[in-house]
Design a protein around this ligand. Structure first.
Ligand SMILES: Nc1ncnc2c1ncn2[C@@H]1O[C@H](COP(=O)(O)OP(=O)(O)O)[C@@H](O)[C@H]1O
Ligand SMILES: [Mg+2]
Length: 229
């Protein structure tokens, strides 16, 4: 079998005394888009943060392309080609769009500007604008653009379309398709029509556990996902 882009096995994570993730197993093949759905508080963000190095699991394994990720700091996980796009869309308001983009790949200096400008022509116009002036949609483009700039192998994207206009959601859908040609994508997403339009596989989470794995294809419908929300 070809090597998986991301493999998580038996991952347990707690905030202090409070256990939040229980024995998570998760697989993402190269060029796959895997979506993660579940109610607020199910543990989706905690899962992405743990893979990205922001939280230290109490046990379990996570590897990208066969390389261990656990125990490394976020900066080092990013350098290994695993890029995390957090839910909060926090940009450096006083820096320009260009500076914000560059920061994401500062460690590797592996910049692919052409690709970012191709996917997000809007950002090209805004390159010298202070990021604090961007709209929510532009901010999300900046976040995803920043992760894209360094030629990621795996992208972990947390609720990218939350609060965005339908036209931007449609654009992001196209971008995710393009990104998956060169990377594996894990997308936490509540927009079920979007999920069903892009996912090769869906993991449903509830109370810190993966409770269902739904394959992509015609049977993957919003109605099939709804019981898990
Ligand atoms: N920093 C934190 N400290 C303590 N508990 C937290 C923290 N962040 C999240 N939690 C708890 O962990 C659980 C999972 O949260 P989270 O991963 O954010 O879920 P989701 O992203 O699915 O909404 C929730 O019960 C939440 O209250
Ligand atoms: Mg979350």
């Amino acid at each position: 079998m070809a090597e998986q882009s991301l493999v998580v096995r038996g991952l347990n994570v707690a905030y202090g005394e409070s256990k939040v993730l229980f024995d998570i197993d998760f697989d993402v093949a190269p060029n796959q888009i895997v979506c993660c759905v579940g109610r607020n508080g199910a543990g989706k963000t905690t899962l992405l943060k743990s893979i990205a190095g922001f939280l230290k699991p109490s046990s379990g394994a996570a590897t990208a392309g066969g390389v261990n990720l656990i125990g490394h700091r976020p900066y080092d996980v990013a350098r290994m080609g695993v890029k995390y796009v957090p839910q909060d869309k926090k940009v450096f308001s006083d820096l320009t769009v260009r500076e914000n983009l560059e920061l994401g790949s500062y460690a590797t200096k592996d910049y692919n500007w052409d690709r970012v400008m191709e996917y997000f022509p809007k950002l090209k116009i805004l390159l010298d604008r202070k990021a604090g002036f961007l709209s929510g949609g532009e901010r999300q483009m900046l976040m995803i653009g920043r992760a894209t700039l360094g030629n990621p192998k795996v992208m972990l994207i947390d609720e990218p379309t939350e609060g965005l206009a339908p036209s931007i959601v449609t654009h992001l859908k196209y971008v995710f398709g393009e990104l998956s040609k060169s990377a594996a994508l894990v997308i936490v997403e509540q927009n079920l029509p979007l999920v069903c339009g892009i996912a090769h596989k869906v993991y449903a989470m509830r109370d810190g556990r993966i409770v269902a794995e739904l394959p992509g294809g015609a049977a993957l419908t919003p109605a099939a996902c709804e019981p898990y929300l």
